[in-house]
Design a protein around this ligand. Structure first.
Ligand code: PEP
Length: 261
C-alpha cells in the first residue's frame, strides 16, 4: 500500500450469506474497528435484500455499503435485475463487478463487465472490478497476460477522470474460498502488472491513484504480509468477512501497516 497516493480499502463480500436482520448487529460490532483505521476505507458488500438495512445500520459509521452485482441498463424490462441507479438511490456506494463466481456460474463476459463498470460510474457508484486467472492459466505462465486482457476489456472507453473512482481487485480463482492464498510476492507481481498496464493507458499520475486490492482466502492471519506489499492496497474478503473478529483483524492489520507507511 502507499498512503501518499491512494486509499487503502478493506472490503468484505458476504456473497449469499447471512440474513438482512443480521446487518445491524454485525455493523455494531465492526464499527469501532473501522473508526480506528483512519486511512483505511471499510466497505461491506451484502446481498441486494440486505442493502437497505445495511445502509441504515451503517449511517454515522465509517463503513460504506456495497452491492455484489448490478445490471448495466438504467431501467427497463429486465425481470429480477437491479440497476445502479436503484443502488445509488438506496445510499449504496460501491458495487462488485465481474466477480469470478458471476463469470463462472452466470456467464458474465468481459463485455458485460465493461457495460456494468460504465453503468456504475454513470450512477455515481464506485465499481470494484474483479480480475483473476484460473490455476490452469497460472500453470501455463499466462496469468499476467490474462489479467492485462481482462483489465483492458473492463476499462474500455473509461476516461482518466472516471478511473479515479474505479477500484481493481486481483482475485486468483484458485485462491477464492479454497484456503489457498497467493503469496505476497505473487499478489504484488500481479498488482504491479495491473498498475503498469494502467500507466500505459492513462499515464503515471492516474495509475498511481488507483487502489488495487487482493482477494482470495485473505484472513487476519495472512493479511499483514499481503498488505505490506507496495501494490496491494487492501483486500476483498469473502469467507473471513462473515466474522467481525476476522474482518476486524484484517482492518487492524491494515491500520498497523498504515502507521508505518
Ligand atoms: C471473494 O469472495 O471475493 C473472496 C476473495 O472469497 P474468499 O476470501 O472466501 O476467498
Amino acid at each position: 500500500m502507499n498512503r501518499r497516493y491512494r486509499k487503502t480499502i478493506i472490503a468484505g463480500n458476504w456473497k449469499m450469506n447471512k440474513l438482512p436482520s443480521e446487518c445491524k448487529e454485525y455493523i455494531l460490532r465492526l464499527k469501532e474497528k473501522a473508526a480506528a483505521a483512519k486511512w483505511c476505507d471499510v466497505v461491506l458488500c451484502v446481498p441486494f435484500t440486505h442493502l437497505a438495512s445495511a445502509v441504515k445500520a451503517a449511517r454515522g459509521t465509517r463503513i460504506a455499503i456495497g452491492a455484489q452485482n448490478c445490471h448495466f441498463a438504467d431501467k427497463g424490462a429486465y425481470t429480477g435485475e437491479v440497476s445502479c441507479a436503484m443502488l445509488a438511490d438506496l445510499g449504496v456506494k460501491y458495487v462488485i463487478i465481474g466477480h469470478s463466481e458471476r463469470r463462472a456460474y452466470f456467464g458474465e463476459t468481459d463485455l458485460d463487465v465493461n457495460k456494468k463498470v460504465k453503468a456504475a460510474l454513470d450512477a455515481g457508484l464506485r465499481p470494484i472490478v474483479c480480475l483473476g486467472e484460473s490455476l490452469d492459466i497460472r500453470e501455463n505462465n499466462a496469468a499476467l497476460d490474462h489479467i492485462r486482457m481482462q483489465l483492458k476489456f473492463a476499462l474500455k472507453d473509461i476516461t482518466a477522470q472516471q478511473l479515479r473512482k474505479v477500484v481493481i481487485a486481483y482475485e486468483p480463482i484458485w485462491a477464492i474460498g479454497t484456503g489457498k492464498v497467493a503469496t505476497a510476492e505473487q499478489a504484488n507481481e500481479v498488482g504491479s502488472a495491473i498498475r503498469e498496464t494502467l500507466r500505459a493507458i492513462y499515464g503515471a499520475r492516474a495509475a498511481r491513484g488507483v487502489s488495487i486490492l487482493y482477494g482470495g482466502s485473505m484472513s487476519e492471519k495472512n493479511a499483514e504480509g499481503l498488505l505490506a506489499m507496495p501494490d496491494v492496497d487492501g483486500g476483498l474478503i469473502g469467507g473471513a468477512s462473515l466474522d467481525t473478529e476476522k474482518l476486524g483483524g484484517i482492518i487492524e492489520a491494515a491500520r498497523q501497516e498504515l502507521k508505518g507507511n
